[in-house]
Design a binder for this molecule. Structure first.
Ligand code: HEC
Length: 119
């Protein structure tokens, strides 16, 4: 094989590899978003509502803050929220042992992207 043909072959292989990697990343992201939305639906909506405003029966009883307006005490990165959820906060239950790390990270990512105010 000439140098040039070899280079072309290597380039083609690299391109294919990069495209595959990109697709895999995109797919993993949508999977995480889906999981986050599912966990939020099951575990969080009852207090915080679909829109994060907390205008539900349980939300009012527990005085759940409006997540779209109020500052978050422990910070608004998904890492910080995952930690808050793991440990609980005030009347919010703790999810350590109730949700897997994967579920915690996914739901934290979801809540931050949907509700957190731009900082
Ligand atoms: C039983 C009701 C209830 C449930 C269920 C609940 N929360 Fe909360 N949440 C609260 C209350 C009450 C607060 C305010 C706690 C405080 O500041 O004392 C709160 C606070 C928060 C905050 C602000 C945190 C901060 O640092 O100030 C976020 C974000 C949040 N919840 C997200 C979630 C997510 C995501 C879920 C689901 C995994 C969830 N909550 C489930 C009642 C609930």
């Amino acid at each position: 094989m000439s140098d040039q043909r070899l280079r072309k072959a290597v380039n083609a292989t690299l391109t294919t590899f990069l495209v595959a990697l990109l697709l895999a990343t995109l797919l993993a992201n949508t999977e995480e978003q889906k999981l986050g939305a599912q966990v939020y639906e099951k575990k969080c909506v009852m207090c915080h509502g679909q829109d994060g405003v907390g205008d539900t029966k349980a939300g009012k009883m527990m005085k759940a803050p409006d997540l779209t307006k109020s500052e978050w005490k422990n910070g608004t990165s998904s890492t910080e929220l995952a930690k808050t959820l793991r440990e609980g906060l005030g009347k919010m239950p703790k999810y350590e042992g109730k949700l897997s790390d994967e579920e915690l990270n996914a739901v934290a990512e979801y809540a931050v992207s949907k509700f957190a105010k731009e900082q």
